[in-house]
Design a protein around this ligand. Structure first.
Ligand code: COA
Length: 316
């Protein structure tokens, strides 16, 4: 991807919020009905429990409200809402319409579907809107994968879950946070992970794993090059929380120690669009980030999509 022109209006995240359904499902709970075990799931994925429930709109409204409150912006001044989701509540209209109404916003609202890479796609699109004149964009990544999971299929049921993360992005005069970015997709691989309309997720797990490591590394390297940085300059990685082994393999190739990774998948499983913001804002809320840190966001997903971004953290 091209370097960001110095003349481009950039942005910063000024508030964020997270939302997880109350209901917790442990590996032991799954093992009651599936031929699996807590030990197997932890060893092969790193996931210990996940949260299940709610709708994409309700979780988005919860995380979005927290982000707006934290930023202190007047909701009537938000210029656009981008909701990243691969599990909309309805086919028509976009779920962002319900979220906009629920948050009392009056602005352009649209959904983005790039599966688990979607939050980074939305972040990049949000910066694009700032570059052409908008001042404030609310970005939300939410998925309720439990609604399209086959709970009798141990290949997928152990992985997927529900959650939401949101960020208020505001334009700034002078240097902003986005240093480099990359978005990619290879539609020839769509059959590796898909759900028909009304159906449940079907996945070729091993092949997804193999491809995921490669495309995460590839995308991260492109963003680093665009930002003029090396992996040594990265302070924190907020990767897609699909499987800790995928993250370990990708970070090893990128030469980034796991101590720099925010891993929340043990608590929340694979929440698709929500997983990168959940990891990023967990790190921010636990004081793992300070102004000036270079943060790598990197994800992959059905499609197969990939996306990454490097942001210079600014503590509000
Ligand atoms: N519980 C217990 N055993 C299981 C199991 C489960 N849930 N799922 C598979 N197994 C068994 C297999 O049958 C196999 O048994 P065998 O050796 O007797 O044939 C063995 O465990 C190993 O299976 P395998 O498929 O090789 O496991 P894996 O290490 O590849 O892990 C995934 C499976 C799905 C966890 C892993 O491939 C993965 O995470 N893939 C990527 C998925 C992903 O990220 N999807 C989302 C993309 S956004």
């Amino acid at each position: 991807m091209p370097k960001i022109p110095n003349s481009a209006v950039n942005g910063v995240i000024t508030g964020w919020g997270r939302a997880l359904p109350e209901k917790v499902v442990t590996n032991a709970d799954l093992a009651k009905t599936l031929d699996t075990s807590d030990e197997w799931i932890i060893e092969r994925t790193g996931i210990e429990r996940r949260h299940i429930g709610g709708s994409t709109a309700s979780l988005s409204i919860e995380s979005g409200r927290k982000a707006i409150e934290m930023s202190g912006v007047d909701p009537s001044t938000i210029d656009a809402l981008i909701l990243s989701t691969t599990t909309p509540d309805r086919t028509v209209p976009a779920t962002s319409a319900a979220v906009q109404h629920g948050l009392g916003l009056r602005c352009g609202a649209f959904d983005v579907n790039a599966a688990c890479s979607g939050f980074v796609y939305a972040l990049v699109a949000g910066h694009g809107l700032l570059a052409i004149g908008l001042k404030r964009v609310l970005i939300i990544g939410t998925d309720t994968l439990s609604r399209i999971t086959d709970w009798t299929d141990r290949n997928t049921a152990i992985l997927f879950a529900d959650g939401s993360g949101a960020a208020v992005l505001e334009s700034v005069d002078g240097p902003g946070q986005l240093l480099g970015w990359d978005i990619d997709a290879d539609g020839s691989l769509e059959d590796l992970l898909y759900a028909e309309i009304g159906g449940t997720l079907k996945m070729e797990g091993k092949e997804v794993f193999r491809r995921a490591v490669r495309i995460m590394v590839d995308s991260a390297e492109k963003s680093l090059a665009a930002a003029g940085l090396t992996s040594n300059d990265i302070t924190l990685v907020a990767p897609h929380q699909a499987n800790v082994r995928i993250i370990e393999a990708a970070c090893k190739r990128l030469n980034i120690p796991m101590s720099k990774v925010s891993w929340v998948g043990n608590e929340s499983g694979n929440t698709s669009s929500a997983s990168i913001p959940l990891a990023l804002f967990e790190a921010a809320d636990t004081n793992r980030l300070k102004t000036g840190d270079n943060v790598l966001l990197v994800g992959f997903g059905a499609g197969m999509t990939a996306a990454s971004a490097i942001i210079k953290w600014k503590q509000p």
